[in-house]
Design a protein around this ligand. Structure first.
Ligand code: HEM
Length: 615
């Protein structure tokens, strides 16, 4: 295992000092310079002192931006050579620093339909990649299938996760695969990959064990009683992932058996993700909101206290095995045993375990919960999926890998949910310190190659790419699994798979894709074997602040009746974006007993009533 460069080690103080320096550059340096200037020229400003200081701040921001633009222009010329290239259009707000845009973005997040405002901004700029430039800081946002493909695939070496992203969750993910670049990431990926090979995740008994327990919970409900299906699927994926990774289940499906250690661990786990999400909205200035210290540190310690002894036991076990001349059999061991066999570093093993737990759990839970939500809105989809399950697996048969492979309609249903309700709705990269040329854009707003300046924040909103009519056809906002089964309608994605990237793409593509799809299929088979009708308990959901009504007819690319807006017209739940997408609920009440961070939990919920299938 290569040593981590000490320079790269996270230090909250360093991050906070950086934020303070940035703030000082913005608001202290210009007045100080003015003071020096007036001092040396012996000019008295009198009552004008404060306004002049304010003006100095604004002027210096303009000068900095102008200088920055000049540098970018020169960089673009260098990269372009003889070619003609474009610059990424900048959003032009009404107020200096695009403050109005920032305010509207917050408002959209708090009371609008997910990412709706972005559709307006892309349309305004007539480009699928735009520069938000808030307070003079460039932030590039894209929904362009070609640009996303480039960043994840052919242009991979020009991008990295960047420090800003890593700092947000350092106390949780540490050296885990989702939080590292370069050699350490490569090593972590090389170690983990064989464990998620197709052969290994074809064994479905683990998923089936917990799926059956979920069905027992659903069967025990009183007729007409609602259950938060998002909470149930969350427990399902937590229990399967914990057994798969740690070799012992957290057993959240039967809370009476949960010991205190698990509860505080899971709470800390949820809370730390919540903090990271809030930090993200303050940009580089987030450390200034935690002046008394790193608020994730105590939570990180709770996680360490819980996980480290488990890791230590695995390392001790390995030592004994080596002493007695035994070898670990990768096919039979847990991920923890496997990692312990590969190295002796408790921290590294813990970080990798926690990271994969996060990657595995909320994502697949969201896929399942939103699929059930779609069953509530499209009963015909549930009926057809159920008929297929009964035909190929039977009303009681065990879902094995061969049976699941035959369920083409169910696969289409899962794909359609991943498209319309993309669990990892957005992602972020930073370009390396050299300017690059993005390839020509997708056909939404045709544009030639555009220049992306060095060290740029590059945010991609996969959620909107997946709903773009220019890529998916006019009916893009409509949930329709049939599109995956009709060669004509699925031609777009078969000829250009880059328009559908729920699992990412390129060298960092999701390692758990087969695991997730197998797990989701097993759950769905068991659900459809036992239940045949699903309704949304709308009284428990937080009602969207807009009125739902039939979608407007006629739309242009992103013109009147943006795709998101059209979907908004029919949406019965209110989507929220945390690290993984969720739907908002009135209050966080669990199907059994609340032990997670009750009010702030980002999981939201999808309250549903299920009707048992007649025998
Ligand atoms: C529906 C379920 C899932 C979705 C939508 C999903 C989505 C994603 C996406 C979009 C990425 C790429 C992140 C990036 O490029 O920055 C990713 C990475 C990853 N996923 Fe998944 N994932 C799912 C389930 C799982 C499961 C079940 C596991 C493990 C059991 C898993 C393990 C990973 C790992 C280890 C990575 C990091 C790969 C790397 O950085 O090299 N995922 N996932």
């Amino acid at each position: 295992m290569p040593p981590v460069n000490v320079e790269d080690r996270y230090s909250f103080n360093r991050v906070r000092n950086h934020a303070l320096k940035e703030l000082a550059k913005l608001i202290l340096v210009p007045p100080l310079l003015l003071k020096v200037l007036t001092g040396t020229t012996q000019t008295r400003l009198g009552y004008w002192t404060v306004p002049c200081y304010g003006l100095a701040i604004v002027l210096s921001a303009y000068v900095r931006t102008w200088y920055h633009d000049c540098l970018q222009g020169r960089g673009a010329k260098r990269v372009a050579g003889e070619k003609t290239i474009g610059t990424i259009p900048r959003v032009k707000g009404k107020l200096p620093g695009n403050i109005d845009i920032l305010v509207r973005l917050f408002a959209n997040n708090n009371s609008g339909y997910l990412y709706d405002l972005f559709l307006e901004l892309f349309d305004q700029c007539q480009s699928t990649t735009i520069n938000l430039r808030i307070f003079g800081v460039d932030k590039y946002v894209t929904i362009d299938a070609e640009h996303i493909k480039y960043a994840l695939g052919p242009g991979f070496r020009h991008f990295w996760l960047g420090n800003t992203k890593k700092e947000l969750l350092e106390n949780l993910l540490g050296d885990g695969i989702l939080n590292r670049d370069g050699e350490l990431w490569k090593t972590q990926r090389a170690i983990a990959r064989p464990f998620f090979s197709n052969d290994r995740v074809r064994e479905l008994t683990l998923f089936d064990k917990y799926a059956q327990r979920c069905m027992a919970i659903l069967s025990d409900l009183e007729p007409g009683e609602a259950i938060d299906i998002a909470d149930l699927t969350w427990r399902f994926t937590t229990d399967t992932a914990s057994e798969f990774l740690f070799g012992q289940t957290f057993d959240t499906l039967s809370l009476s058996e949960v010991d205190g250690g698990f509860s505080s661990f899971l709470s800390a786990f949820a809370e730390i993700q919540d903090i990271a999400f809030k930090r993200n909205s303050f940009g580089v200035f987030w450390p200034l909101t935690e002046l008394t210290g790193d608020s994730t540190e105590p939570l990180g310690n709770v996680i360490k206290q819980f996980v480290d002894p488990i890791v230590q036991r695995a390392l001790d076990h390995k030592k004994k095995m080596i002493e007695t001349g035994q070898q670990v059999e990768p096919e039979e061991c847990t991920f923890l045993e496997y990692l312990a066999w590969k190295n002796d570093d408790v921290g590294l093993i813990r970080d990798q375990l926690i990271t994969i737990l996060i990657a595995a759990r909320d994502t697949t839970a969201a896929l399942l919960a939103f699929t059930v939500y779609m069953f509530t809105q499209h009963p015909e989809v549930a009926v057809k999926a159920r008929a297929e399950v009964l035909e190929h697996v039977g009303s009681n048969g065990t879902p094995g890998i061969h049976e699941i492979k035959k369920l083409k309609y169910l696969q289409a249903v899962l794909n359609e949910t991943l498209r319309v309700f993309t669990p990892v709705h957005g992602n972020i990269r930073e370009s390396k310190p050299t300017g690059i040329l993005l390839p020509p854009s997708d056909p939404t707003y045709p544009r030639g190659p555009m220049y992306l300046p060095p060290s740029s924040t590059f945010i991609f909103i996969t959620f909107l790419t997946h709903r773009n009519p220019a890529l998916w056809g006019e009916d893009a906002p409509v949930y329709d699994p049939e599109r995956w089964l009709d060669p004509e309608r699925s031609r777009g994605v078969t000829t250009n798979p880059a328009i559908f990237t729920p699992f990412g793409a390129g060298p960092r593509t999701c390692l758990g894709q087969s695991y997730a799809l197998n797990e989701a299929s097993v759950f769905m088979v068991r659900l459809l074997q036992r239940f045949e009708h699903f309704t949304l308990a709308e009284d428990k959901q937080l009602a969207p602040p807009w009125k739902t009504k039939p979608p407007p007819t006629g739309s242009s690319m992103f013109g009147p009746g943006y795709p998101g807006t059209k979907r908004k017209e029919v949406e019965k739940v209110w989507l929220g974006n945390h690290i993984v997408m969720f739907s908002k609920v009135k209050s966080r009440v669990h199907c059994q007993e609340s032990f997670l961070v009750s009010d702030s939990s980002f999981q939201g919920g999808i309250w549903t009533r299920v009707v048992k299938a007649s025998e």
